[in-house]
Design a protein. Structure first.
Length: 881
């Protein structure tokens, strides 16, 4: 699963360290002993489910027969159900009673007689509710291609919401076969995990029955239906690929359809096990939720990350490809082999994230995707550098914790980076052999991390568990300090010291140690790995003292490096000659060390100034991002003007060489870089850039063909920031007249984030108005909070006054995350106790631990802000002297 609203909103957050120094390794998967809240004495083998949704009344009716295996004599059968009422129940035709309990989300059936071990047939007739946001079976209103209001229905079951549509054993270890049928308006199409087996029309309605599914977990069942149309194709291995969209938008699925074929063929080959279902549908849902969900054979996507219209940008193409690659990786990691329990959610999400990055990079080499992913890695490291961070693997006991386990920074991005480091350390071929073995061993079943270590150890001959458990079982990551010594002939020997890196600057009270595969390279030489397992390791040969040293060669490791002063000076001098990946790693590390108060900002600025004519997009994005942080933190402070002038001077030569207009031979990342540099200079008040953006906007008003969609984004961003009322009204008119959602969102976002408080207020009012189509409801929080940048107090007051409207599309899962991102985002917008009270009023009960983490991040944010302002002022007076 992937969430975009959340990823976009989350600033930096983490879960509490509960004194875990190292996690006890878990045993391989065993159904009987794996954690869960349902008894294992009754096991479902096959479900036959018939549902009749009634979206007009937000209701549903259902009947279900479950083939159950009773493993020891019992009179009671416990399963999950939520918001369901039961009108009839029987076992083997003998009437039974069912008592549901919505508090525990479980129902208890008492049979008419004792059930003996063996197979039995459980029959239930029930009624339930449909939801209005992506949780269970939900109703999705949308504005169609015909300009009219329509309704479709879809499902979102992960983690624990299948129980809202049908009674089930809703835990990942209870795999079963699902045969689903749905009675719906006859004019509608219905899509599920498997192809349609039969369709019977009865007047105005039709009952569609799908073929029995693979044996799978309940959270992977899908049903989407409405006025939908599809395009399709068959791949080289015989799998049928479909893209479904609301009527009139199906042709915008061509890009996704081609990707789907390419990615599945690559994955069939990588895993050595062909995709099991006969078809793979990609279903574009207009709204409902903001990400995508990997239901086996029927992946659902928010339509904005599946469909690519004429006004699509390069960024959207990249996002569509990488999200497809993520969800399709789940067809193996998650669907074919499922985590035993939510503790091991990382087996799903870290792997899908890593596999997606790997595939996106391989298939689109000009995108430099691994460099782009360094941004995600930095996001993970910044969250994981807080004392309150949590391990990749965390114990989950209830539904709320299962939801909160989907932590984008740690479960997704840190996990992805850890796997990339592991692949590089074991070697890609060995790693793939281990993955294939794991898939073979665990297919159509479940797994724990230990099952994976067993397979990787067998493939590599190394004790992978010993290396890996510290990375998934401990919070945080190490700082590796390098001290070089040179002998008389100039040969370099290095000593390495490891200690947990904490951004607050304190030293780790737990003295955590990792097994770190440190990739060392001297000069232009290749890297070699040294496994550092102790706090200190000495006597490592590392080339010649007059050459630069890279101690995280290729930017592959999940650790930071601090070089001794002499080595840093050598590296800074040779910075222009280093490979881009290493420049990126050094910029990241030197910036983080500055934030942590472990070095002087001047050492970072020296690297930034040494970029010269290098146009690497990620390296410059890192620089522009860091300078942007300082610029924001300096606002309303005496040093703001001096620093902003400095930042503009540092970046302007890059803009001079890129110019405003794309060149035909620009690689895709260069196009991205140009927009970022122009956007940053605009943000920093560069008069020439602002004037040119206004000029280009005026030309665009006269002739809408003068700017490509990518150029519109950057011009609208600057013009929107410095808008006057007339400009604001012009953009607003464009928004209202937009022909499709992609275009509309581009204009509506440009109405947010104006410097002028009156316009900022107007923008926020528009964001919560009925002008925003229902399918864009998930974008509303992002729109409103764009105003935090220039008008933090105003955005805070608005959010507080209109929280219900702002977050109306958020599900329970999203709301838990608000506790983590809201406090740091508003740390300097309002008194912290006021922020805490507001957050507490927003989030579901039981979220106290998350609120505490959010508040801890807010305090840290203020601490880092004062530290960085002090550093910047000192560096500026130095550069003036
Ligand atoms: Zn996922």
């Amino acid at each position: 699963m992937q969430f975009f609203a959340r990823a976009a909103l989350v600033a930096a957050f983490a879960l509490p360290l509960t004194g875990i120094a190292s996690a006890a390794p878990e045993p391989p998967f065993n159904f009987d002993t794996t954690y869960g809240n349902l008894p294992k004495d009754v096991v479902p083998r096959a479900y036959t489910i018939s549902v009749t949704p009634d979206p007009d009344h937000l209701a549903l009716k259902g009947s279900e027969t479950v083939r159950i295996e009773v493993r020891k004599p019992t009179k009671t059968v416990v399963f999950n159900a939520l918001n369901l009422t039961f009108s009839r129940a029987s076992v083997d035709g003998v009437p039974a009673t069912v008592v549901p309990d919505d508090k525990t989300q479980r129902a208890t059936l008492t049979a008419g007689k004792i059930l003996q071990p063996g197979m039995h047939s459980l029959a239930l007739t029930y009624a339930g509710k449909m939801e209005t946001s992506g949780q269970g079976l939900f109703r999705q209103p949308y504005l169609g291609a015909d300009g009219k209001q329509h309704v479709m229905i879809s499902t979102q079951f992960e983690s624990t919401d299948a129980r809202r549509m049908f009674p089930c054993w809703d835990e990942p270890a209870f795999r079963a076969v699902y045969t689903l049928s749905a009675t719906l308006p006859a004019a509608w199409s219905a899509v599920s995990n498997m192809p349609v087996a039969s369709r019977v029309v009865h007047g105005a309605t039709a009952t569609t029955t799908f073929q029995p599914s693979e044996k799978m977990a309940s959270y992977l069942v899908v049903l989407s239906a409405g006025d939908l149309k599809s395009i399709s194709d068959v791949d080289a291995n015989g799998t049928r690929h479909e893209v479904w969209a609301t009527n009139g938008y199906e042709e915008e699925g061509r890009y996704a359809l081609a990707n789907s074929k390419q990615i599945l063929e690559a994955y069939d080959a990588y895993f050595g096990i062909k995709f099991p279902p006969p078809k793979l549908s990609s279903i574009a849902v207009p709204g409902g939720f903001s990400g995508a969900m990997e239901n086996w054979g029927g992946i659902t996507y928010n339509d904005q990350i599946l469909l690519l219209g004429k006004s699509g940008t390069l960024g959207q193409k990249e996002e569509i490809y990488s999200v497809q690659a993520h969800e399709m990786a789940h067809q193996w990691f998650g669907d074919l082999v499922t985590m035993s329990w939510w503790d091991d959610l990382w087996l799903n999400e870290s792997f899908a994230s890593w596999m997606s990055a790997r595939q996106t990079n391989l298939a689109n080499p000009t995108w430099l995707w691994w460099q782009d992913q360094d941004g995600d890695k930095e996001g993970a490291m910044s969250a994981d550098a807080e004392i309150t961070s949590h391990p990749i693997q965390t114990h989950v006991t209830d539904e709320l914790q299962a939801e909160a386990a989907f932590d984008p920074a740690i479960t997704y991005s840190k996990g992805q980076a850890f796997l990339r480091m592991t692949e590089a350390y074991l070697g890609p071929d060995t790693f793939r052999s281990g993955i294939r073995l794991y898939m073979q061993n665990r297919k159509f079943s479940n797994a724990t991390a230990t099952d994976l270590w067993i397979a990787l150890s067998k493939a590599s001959g190394k004790d992978v568990a010993a290396y890996a458990n510290g990375w998934i079982g401990q919070a945080g990551f190490p700082l590796v300090s390098v001290t070089a010594t040179c002998d008389a002939t100039g040969n370099r020997t290095i000593a390495l010291h490891q200690e947990r890196f904490l951004i607050s600057g304190i030293s780790d009270p737990a003295k955590t140690v990792w097994n770190i595969p440190v990739g060392i390279a001297s000069g232009s030489g290749a890297s070699t790995y040294t496994m550092v397992s102790a706090p200190d390791q000495t006597g490592i040969p590392a080339g010649s003292c007059n050459e630069p040293l890279r101690a995280n060669a290729g930017d592959i490791g999940f650790y930071r490096v601090a070089y001794d002063a002499q080595t840093l000076a050598t590296n800074t001098k040779a910075f222009g000659t280093l490979p881009d990946d290493d420049k990126i790693a050094m910029l990241d590390d030197q910036w983080a060390l500055t934030l942590a108060g472990k070095t002087d900002l001047k050492t970072y600025l020296a690297l930034a100034n040494a970029m010269g004519s290098d146009h690497d997009t990620r390296a410059w994005t890192q620089i522009v991002g860091s300078l942007g942080t300082i610029e924001r933190d300096e606002r309303n402070k005496p040093g703001h003007a001096a620093f902003t002038a400095y930042a503009r001077t540092l970046v302007h030569p890059l803009f001079d060489s890129l110019g405003w207009d794309a060149k035909p031979d620009d690689a895709p990342p260069v196009r991205t870089l140009r927009n970022r540099v122009i956007g940053a200079l605009g943000q920093w008040g560069d008069p020439g850039i602002i004037a040119e953006a206004k000029k280009r906007f005026a030309a665009f008003v006269a002739d809408r063909s003068t700017l490509t969609p990518d150029e519109q984004n950057v011009v609208l961003g600057i013009v929107g920031t410095y808008a006057d009322q007339a400009t604001f009204d012009q953009i607003h008119a464009f928004a209202k007249a937009a022909k499709n959602q992609t275009e509309a969102e581009r204009y509506y976002f440009a109405l947010e984030g104006a410097k002028d408080p009156t316009l900022a207020e107007q923008g926020m009012e528009i964001a919560i108005s009925s002008e925003i189509p229902p399918q864009a409801a998930n974008s509303v929080p992002g729109m409103v909070f764009s105003n935090v940048d220039w008008n933090p107090s105003l955005a805070y007051a608005f959010g507080k006054a209109h929280g219900k409207q702002v977050f109306k599309a958020f599900t329970g899962m999203d709301m838990v995350f608000l506790a983590l991102f809201v406090p740091p985002a508003f740390a300097d917008a309002a008194p912290l106790d006021d922020v805490q009270a507001w957050v507490t009023s927003l989030v579901p009960p039981g979220s106290d631990a998350y609120i505490q983490r959010g508040m801890s991040s807010a305090k840290l944010r203020l601490q880092l802000k004062s530290r960085i302002v002090e550093q910047a002022d000192s560096a500026m007076s130095f550069s003036r002297s």
